[in-house]
Design a protein around this ligand. Sequence first.
Ligand SMILES: *[C@@H]1O[C@H](CO)[C@@H](O)[C@H](O)[C@H]1NC(C)=O
Ligand SMILES: *[C@@H]1O[C@H](CO)[C@@H](O)[C@H](O)[C@H]1NC(C)=O
Ligand SMILES: *[C@@H]1O[C@H](CO)[C@@H](O)[C@H](O)[C@H]1NC(C)=O
Ligand SMILES: *[C@@H]1O[C@H](CO)[C@@H](O)[C@H](O)[C@H]1NC(C)=O
Ligand SMILES: *[C@@H]1O[C@H](CO)[C@@H](O)[C@H](O)[C@H]1NC(C)=O
Length: 368
Amino acid sequence: MASIRNISILLFLVLGIANAKGNTNQQAKQPIQTFRPYNLAHRGACGEIPEETTHAYLRAIEIGADFIEADILASKDGQLVCFHDVTLDDTTDVKNRTEFSNRKRTYEVERVNVTGYFVVDFTLEELKSLKVNQRYSFRDQQYNGKYSIITFEEYITIALYADRTVGIYPEIKNPVHVNEHVKWSNGKNFEVIFVEILLKYGYNGTYLSESWLKQPIFIQCFAPSSLIYLSNKTDSPKVFLIDDVSVRTQDTNQSYAEITSDSYLSYISQYVVGIGPWKDTVVPPINNHLTPPTDLVARAHALNLEVHPYTFRNENKYLPFDFHQDPYQEFDYWINQIGVDGLFTDFTGSFYLYQEHTSVPGTHITLS
Ligand SMILES: *[C@@H]1O[C@H](CO)[C@@H](O)[C@H](O)[C@H]1NC(C)=O
Ligand SMILES: *[C@@H]1O[C@H](CO)[C@@H](O)[C@H](O)[C@H]1NC(C)=O
Ligand SMILES: *[C@@H]1O[C@H](CO)[C@@H](O)[C@H](O)[C@H]1NC(C)=O
Ligand SMILES: *[C@@H]1O[C@H](CO)[C@@H](O)[C@H](O)[C@H]1NC(C)=O
Ligand SMILES: *[C@@H]1O[C@H](CO)[C@@H](O)[C@H](O)[C@H]1NC(C)=O
């Protein structure tokens, strides 16, 4: 079910009329809600439609996203694209494309040797010729082969042309790897190119400022050096992502214990407005049962940091037994017991309906 508005966004994208700031009549739109935790559409409505495609984002907007989330990588020719993995193998048809069979490489990425077809080895034109597939075999396969990879600018355009104010939540993905393999003119790096695009489209306001409310954004990254480096280049709010307890930071090789210590959280809070922890680090499960929550959320809140955990998925295999196989109960626990400020979900529609059922009367969000 595509609304007229969505069809016009599609036309803009197909015809390539992506306009910079000023043409989207932000004032007249329904504002972003800020009275309840944010509904962060993880890779668009990727529970239904292949991730990070135009259709996944349009669907997420249709079913209630406050923010659409994307992973930003760079092509060989320096163009920024929305794609999650550093390799194309798992979610595109690249392996079927004989003309690319000599592109397979092995690179060390975050201290692990990875073999496959790397995004950084393909030009934008080549990336655009690939088709995106559903990542998980247990999800709907009917859209496989139908949609293409989109650019960072196309993704921004989707948000700016939505019929209500929808935020963006782009991740500077694997910056160490990207800067190692992709070179830009004038010695610019990935982070600078990323911010130049945001500024071109008018994103540059401190959290909850008037300009932020018109064009809401959170910049996210697992690499703390990239966020700190950008602190003087954009006012847009930044969120520090935190991985599983066993994973060290991409750039600074710090452990989970180091980056979640009070002193480190206090240090990073000069540069970021929040943290985005993997949910199992907040409430560690054992044998698919919850154990008592750690104090990470309380300690982050004490420093005035927002907490946006990831990733909430409706399927039984992702739901701890404590929730009786009911995703609403999981949302309820995280919103009302843990007290998070937003959450990343593959199923934005479910979280939207949960919040509509439980919101204070008179504060509902209207979807077209
Ligand atoms: C490769 O092509 C075959 C035959 O058309 C198809 O069944 C398969 O799904 C394709 N693989 C990918 C990864 O797209
Ligand atoms: C990756 O492979 C290279 C070449 O075989 C090797 O020298 C290097 O130690 C490997 N790195 C890791 C992290 O395993
Ligand atoms: C971003 O906003 C800050 C504060 O308002 C301002 O100093 C800076 O010049 C802005 N940057 C751009 C590129 O507009
Ligand atoms: C930001 O700019 C100030 C003033 O020029 C400087 O002291 C500071 O080191 C800069 N911060 C970063 C992270 O580059
Ligand atoms: C990262 O830190 C661990 C633990 O201190 C250490 O064993 C490892 O050698 C470090 N890796 C690099 C690349 O510095």
